[in-house]
Design a binder for this molecule. Structure first.
Ligand code: NOJ
Length: 915
């Protein structure tokens, strides 16, 4: 039979299989569990205390502390020492590396992930001058009283604070193990089999595992991506339901379940601990191979005879990876925000999105044709619902050849985009990493000729199945290939693209339909003879990076890229947004979207969201409405649906539901100035837009496990509604201050749970007393059309009648903000006076950003009505005070004290004193 025919049959059978899957759920058997993963099984069977490595020859070299690790009683291959090095960086960061000794000529250099640590971080290295040794251990000074200690026999690393209390440690339980590369000997079986796949493993087993302990910790969080609770549940130990370890292995998981430690699309090996003292510490392992992590339940080590300080609570964890090296970072905190900031000082801060990208996105697989696009677009106007971006999924292409357009359905792509752009709207098209193996497809021809594809174990271009049928995958790890890829986004190369078009990267785990676990075989080969197993989790990261660079190039470095990616790794925050993949239209998935997004934020990925409505299945209108109400507070707010689902644009569920969805979307548009300010905060500090309550209230134990509610910035608390026909909900409001209901302005006491009535109109959301939130209350077609609109400031007074908040504004699209072209104000209310202060450093020679925008209303929550006017300085003018509505929508009662039309410019210094 001809090859083409075979391919067609395969594709047909495959599509049949896919469509049959839409009614089934998660296929557990397609994915390996720990027992089926030899390195995981081996590591889990090790007993505490098994490691006998001793640190020898401790010395200072090139500003680092270095040592050799050798077993107590060396035998056979184990005689080769490992080289350990400890480096210290500013702001309380310790880096520990352990690798094979390069001077002993190992068979091959083990893979160390490049391109993740930002160059600026390297410049913060502190050169060690001195190490104190007492014979049993070597001690180096870290910062602010913290010290790093290397115990020699057996080796252990820990950080302690000024009171000699431990923070984080590695190998305290002696579980460290490092399988060195070796030649195959007689009788060795280097191959591994899973289902019908065989993995050749030419270098034999090369895994690494070790234990990490967090002291003073009640919970650990992080290591996305999993669909599970925010506080990570123990996976092993007495009284623990034995479970799989948390798996970090980027996979295209079909219909994932809502509570599972199995790996999803992204992997970020960063964990953060938190405890009653209000303190956090963090740990990051820069390693892109498959990783498995156990959280060990209390008492798991009861029989190990290991004594560690008992006065502090402690969480032990166990980390296992298939390959790579030990390149780990310890973060001292002490606060949770400090830890996230320290972590993102290593892997980079989240990039600053364009304003439009922070608004509402409308997506579906697929908008059929140009007419469909036009209809959907105009219906938004007809129903008076703002939106900013219309998305096109894979069907818009000519046969899944990315960078092309289906000639019949999308004959005039430029015109289509221009029409959207005229309304201030944008378009996003999908570009996946699998390239159709079609000799008439220029991209494929070029990639083949240049040798740009990932190779299989025999050295031929790797071929796998994905949407276009037989496909090959670009080797994005190679910088030359990324450069070439980036060029493809230039307008002359991406024919039919215009400046209002941005990009969506999907299937970049990479997804290979006929590959082991729906991905690429581990023995596939990349640039520099890197085995796929060594970098699997970073493949999607490199693809995202290449695409974001493409958009940068296209805009001459002046236009901020927008690229949404499904796969991710540590550092992906620098390249754009991510979403939580193929969720389903059910209540449990709505609920788990919150811990998933919060966890991503803790790991630096502050720009994330879940498909609003659920990707698979047809949500009941109530679920859809609740999803919009919650999604309006996700950092990334996009509705999306599978091609087999019924259409679900906001106006298709009757007048009342349309009204409810409109009002949910309005909330997001109203809060855009606040969101944008938070995106800038994330861009400067790494602190995420959506935060667990404990990040803002670190000493309140009642918040540590709460993942039904979350903070947007430090001023807004949001509680989702996750059940059908809910009549009541219990909301815990932390802190000593009150909280004001966002819709009614009613005050609720903090530091307690409230049982609240639930209405269909909104989910509960509260503004923290003591905060000021900037809003824009006029609704337009898109965020672009709101740029010159006036602001409302909502001043929520605390018990001392004080409040403060911030506003950040720039041009919303260029990089000029990096040279000072922005407005950053701090608003402070105290002693009956509101002042606007400049937060932007003023320096000569910088670019300027100006805005004529004014403040049209100032709402005072918690202020007793009485005064009739306020004095504006320096203008020396008066503004009236009246009782007005909290929100400008029809039917809202006048109930809050409002300073009307103060008319002050947001760019200026001013104060307003209540008379
Ligand atoms: C899988 C993605 O997760 C989904 O969002 C998309 O619609 C389909 N691929 C088709 O491109």
């Amino acid at each position: 039979m001809r090859k083409g025919m075979l391919n067609a049959i395969f594709l047909f059978v495959f599509l049949l299989f896919l469509s049959s899957q839409t009614v089934l759920s998660w296929k557990k058997d397609e994915f390996r569990n720990c027992n089926q993963t030899p390195f995981c099984k081996r590591a889990r069977s090790r007993k505490p205390g098994a490691c006998s490595l001793i640190a020898h020859d401790v010395t200072i070299s090139d500003g680092d502390l270095t040592a050799k690790l050798l077993p107590k009683e060396p035998e056979g291959d184990q005689i080769k020492p490992l080289i350990l090095s400890l480096s210290i960086y500013q702001h309380g960061i310790l880096r520990l590396k352990i690798d094979e000794d390069p001077s002993l000529d190992p068979q091959k250099k083990r893979f160390q992930v490049p391109d993740v640590i930002i160059p600026e971080f390297e410049t913060t290295k502190l050169w060690l001058q001195r190490v104190t040794t007492d014979g049993a251990s070597s001690i180096v000074y870290l910062s602010d009283g913290y010290e790093a200690v290397l115990r020699h026999d057996p080796f252990e690393i820990y950080i302690r604070d000024g009171d000699r209390k431990r923070l984080v440690s590695l190998n305290s339980h002696g579980l460290f193990d490092f399988e060195q590369l070796r030649d195959k000997k007689e009788g060795d079986d280097f191959e591994e089999r899973f289902r019908s796949h065989t993995d050749t493993r030419p270098y034999g087993p090369q895994s690494i595992s070790f234990d990490v302990s967090f002291y003073g910790a009640d919970f650990v969080y992080g290591i996305p991506e999993h669909a599970t609770s925010l506080a990570l549940k123990p996976t092993r130990g007495p009284n623990v339901e034995e479970s799989e370890p948390y798996r970090l292995f980027n996979l295209d998981v079909f219909e994932y379940i809502h509570d599972s430690p199995f790996g999803l699309y992204g992997s970020i090996p960063f964990m953060i601990s938190h405890g009653k003292s209000g303190k956090s510490s963090g740990f990051f392992w820069l390693n892109a191979a498959e990783m498995e992590i156990d959280v060990l339940g209390d008492g798991w080590d009861a029989e190990a005879g290991i004594s560690l300080p008992t006065e502090q609570g402690r969480i032990d964890t166990f980390w296992m990876s298939e390959a790579g090296v030990v390149d780990t970072f310890f973060f001292v905190g002490p606060g949770p925000k400090d830890v996230v900031s320290q972590y993102t000082s290593v892997t980079g801060r989240p990039s600053m999105p364009q304003l439009f990208a922070t608004a509402y996105h409308q997506c579906r697989w697929n908008y059929r044709d140009e007419e469909d696009v036009e209809n959907v677009d105009s219906k938004f106007d007809e129903y008076d619902i703002p939106y900013d971006v219309l998305w096109l999924d894979i069907e818009h292409t000519d046969g899944k050849r990315y960078f092309t357009w289906d000639k019949v359905f999308f004959p005039h792509p430029e015109e289509m985009q221009r029409k959207l752009a005229a309304k201030g709207r944008h378009m996003v098209t999908i570009v996946d990493p699998h390239i159709k193996r079609d000799d008439s497809f220029q991209l494929h021809k070029e990639a083949t000729q240049k040798g740009y594809y990932v190779k299989d174990a025999t050295g031929k271009d790797f071929e796998g199945w994905c949407w276009p049928g037989s496909s090959s995958y670009l080797d994005m790890v190679n910088p030359e290939i990324r450069e070439w890829w980036a060029e493809k986004f230039l307008y002359e190369n991406y024919v039919g693209s215009t400046p209002s078009l941005y990009i969506w990267n999907d299937m970049n785990e990479p997804s290979v339909f006929n590959g082991p676990e729906v991905t690429m075989p581990r023995d596939a080969l990349h640039y520099g003879a890197i085995e796929h197993r060594e970098l699997h989790n970073a493949y999607g990261y490199y693809f995202h990076m290449g695409t974001a660079n493409g958009l940068l190039k296209r805009g001459d470095g002046k236009d901020r890229p927008f690229v949404l990616s499904r796969a991710m790794f540590a550092g992906s925050q620098r390249y754009g947004a991510v979403w939580t993949g193929d969720n389903s239209a059910d209540w449990d998935q709505l609920r788990v979207s919150v811990p998933m997004i919060l966890t991503l934020g803790l790991a630096g990925m502050s720009f994330s969201g879940a498909d609003v409505g659920g990707f698979f299945g047809n949500p009941e209108p109530e679920l859809l409405v609740r999803w919009y109400q919650l999604g309006a507070y996700y950092p990334f707010f996009r509705a999306h649906a599978h091609q087999d689902t019924k259409r679900r644009e906001p106006w298709l569920f009757g007048g009342r539901n349309t009204e409810l969805i409109r009002s949910a979307i309005h909330v997001r548009y109203m809060l855009l100035p606040y969101f944008y300010t938070l995106f800038r905060e994330a861009n400067i500090s790494g602190v995420p837009v959506a935060r667990p309550l404990w990040m803002e209230f670190p000493c309140e134990e009642a918040t540590f496990k709460n993942d039904e509610a979350f903070m947007v910035g430090n001023s807004l608390l949001v509680q989702g509604i996750y059940t059908e026909r809910a009549k009541h909900v219990s909301v815990y409001l932390p802190g000593k201050q009150s909280w004001y209901d966002l819709r009614s302005g009613t005050a609720y006491r903090g530091g307690m749970a409230h049982k609240l009535e639930v209405s269909e109109e909104s989910i509960p959301a509260f503004q923290r007393a003591g905060s000021i939130i900037p809003r824009k209350d006029r609704f337009r077609r898109s965020s672009t059309h709101m740029v010159n609109d006036p602001y409302t400031l909502v001043v929520a007074l605390n018990s001392s009648q004080a409040a403060e908040g911030e506003l950040y504004v720039d041009d919303g699209k260029s990089f000029e903000f990096e040279q000072g072209a922005y407005i950053h104000r701090r608003f402070v209310f105290s002693d009956g006076k509101l002042a606007s202060l400049n937060m932007a450093p003023t320096a000569l020679g910088k670019l300027q950003f100006s805005s004529e925008c004014i403040v049209e209303r100032i709402i005072l929550l918690g202020y007793t009505p009485g005064p009739k006017s306020a004095l504006i300085e320096p203008a020396n003018q008066k503004a009236e005070i009246e009782v007005g509505p909290l929100q400008l929508q029809r039917g809202r009662e006048a109930a809050v004290v409002t300073i009307r039309k103060p008319g002050v410019r947001i760019a200026d210094d001013w104060s307003i004193k209540i008379l």
